[in-house]
Design a protein around this ligand. Structure first.
Ligand SMILES: C[S@@+](CC[C@H](N)C(=O)[O-])C[C@H]1O[C@@H](n2cnc3c(N)ncnc32)[C@H](O)[C@@H]1O
Length: 490
């Protein structure tokens, strides 16, 4: 056993992160005699485990006999006074409902055996996949949003790009953008749609960019992703708004070409700074356009699954990204609504789906639910009846029934591809429904755990991820109170 001193990061860890940090030492490095101080921890570590210190998430340095080594995660994050969540390629593009990358990394290293692949059945922008790459792990992501799949795969590809090559390509690309571009005389459905949301001068820039990046096959998706991240700022849609609302705030003063160049330079700088640690990006990681209720039909057996699923009445993931989806040619304007209504947690119903859901519940689907889910459903129904509910509130019981039925299917599908004993970790918050004094919380994490249990998973642990201190979140905003649900495949 060797006595080692480990230093916490420069920023203060949340209570659950501190618990995770100590857990990592004991679990990954088999540490004994762990003594926790304010800024450092000392522990005895078996000599043959020291090489695994690169797996640690919540320590900055490791010192043995006065020799100090900076750990991989710390070089990835940089040493600012705040926890960085945009390091590496995580900050390439905004995506609502992103995972905290440190949590994803911790879960990968601690819950899924080292030699087995990891699944994220709602991979979104690919946080789990990027962290899997940093750790040299094989991972697969599923998402129904074509933009999420594009973004996740671009983040993975970008990790392996040579920053010098990006710089060279950027110079050539910027030279080739002449600003004399004009739109074609006949407009297809895509351009017609975009012209409703952009002024011609800005749209010309984005269209020229989209064409010219074709000259750089390796860096094309990286450039397109940066371009996509600027779209909303230059659109006629209110940039900070999740839904489709016309712009009230003034257009940015800066020319989009200059902003594009600055953004590219910023990302290249991050890649350069992290080049050494990024060299660790090994293994295969891929995102696929897959409905997690159905799965991919592959014969792979995963060592475990890690995800942050959509909530019941989730964020409008498709609507929020609709300009990117159309600009990138990933979806036609006419498909957007259908896609939004079909994802898990959607607030939209298609045609007679709401009535059908009610009928299914009345015809006995309900009886197969865990008791607690029935109780929560009944309460929702009676509260909905009590209030002079608006359309959205009236639809709540049916949305609730559909969400948990959909999640039951996902639990079942994930079970069929995770090996026996494998874990399924879900980070999820509770939901607030209703308005004013009628607001009440639905305990989504506990209910999801019970639904998982009904599909063949054992409930191992439910841990509160207490984020109050860092974000000074008031408890009123209880959707921010997230829990980590850990299930084990029976
Ligand atoms: C909370 S987000 C995941 C965010 C992700 N952890 C990240 O860091 O970006 C949930 C994701 O689930 C996706 N989704 C919703 N229903 C789905 C389904 N049935 N199958 C696959 N993905 C789905 C949404 O498109 C969204 O990207």
């Amino acid at each position: 056993m060797i006595t080692a001193e480990l230093e916490f990061p420069n920023y203060s860890l949340l209570p659950y992160e501190k618990r995770f940090a100590i857990g990592e030492l004991m679990n990954l490095l088999k540490a004994r005699d762990v003594r926790v101080g304010a800024k450092t921890v000392t522990a005895k570590i078996p000599q043959n485990k020291l090489q695994d210190a690169y797996l640690l998430t919540y320590f900055r340095t490791l010192s043995i006999n006065g020799k100090c080594t900076t750990l991989l995660q710390s070089s990835n994050e940089g040493t600012g006074g705040r926890q960085s969540t945009r390091y590496s390629t995580h900050g390439l593009h905004e995506y609502k409902g992103k995972f905290n990358p440190q949590t994803a990394r911790h879960l990968i290293a601690n819950l899924v055996p080292e030699d087995l692949p990891i699944l994220d059945p709602f991979c979104g922008s690919g946080t789990t996949l990027v962290e899997a790459a940093h750790l040299g792990r094989i991972a697969e992501g599923w998402d129904m949003n074509p933009f999420a799949v594009h973004l996740a795969n671009t983040k993975i590809k970008t990790l392996r790009l040579d920053p010098i090559e990006i710089e060279d390509n950027t110079d050539e690309l910027v030279q080739s953008l002449k600003s004399k571009w004009s739109l074609p005389n006949t407009l297809d459905a895509r351009l017609e749609y975009l012209l409703k949301w952009f002024r011609p001068q800005e749209l010309c820039f984005f269209e020229e960019l989209r064409e010219k990046v074709g000259l750089f096959p390796k860096t094309k998706d990286f450039f397109l992703t940066i371009g996509s991240d600027l779209l909303r700022d230059y659109s006629q849609q209110e940039p900070g708004d999740l839904r489709i609302r016309r712009r009230h705030s003034p257009m940015p003063n800066e020319n989009p070409k200059e902003v594009f160049l600055k953004r590219v330079q910023k990302e290249v700088l991050k890649l350069k700074r992290q080049h050494l640690s990024i060299l660790k990006a090994q293994g295969k990681q891929n995102a696929y356009l897959v409905d997690s209720r159905k799965g991919r039909g592959s014969a792979d057996l995963f060592g475990g699954a890690i995800t942050s699923p959509p909530y019941f009445v989730a964020l409008p993931y498709i609507d929020t990204q609709r300009l990117s989806l159309v600009w990138l040619g990933l979806s036609s304007p006419s498909e957007i609504r259908k896609l939004e209504a079909s994802i898990t947690g959607s607030r939209e119903f298609r045609n007679s789906e709401e009535r059908e859901t009610h009928r299914k519940v009345e015809n006995g689907v309900y009886l197969k639910w865990p008791k607690e889910l029935r109780v929560a459903y009944d309460e929702l129904v009676s509260r909905t009846e009590e209030t002079s509910a608006g359309f959205r509130t009236q639809a709540m019981p049916a949305l609730f029934a559909r969400f948990f039925t959909d999640m039951a299917q996902t639990f079942n599908t994930v079970k069929s591809v995770v090996r026996r004993g494998g874990r399924f970790a879900l980070v999820v918050g509770q939901n607030n429904v209703g308005k004013g004094h009628n607001t009440y919380a639905i305990n989504t994490p506990e209910l999801l755990a019970l639904v998982g249990e009904s599909q063949g998973w054992g409930i191992q642990e439910i841990i509160a991820l207490d984020a109050y201190n860092r974000f000074s979140i008031h408890s009123k905003n209880s959707v921010k109170v997230e829990k980590l649900v850990i299930l084990r495949r029976r």
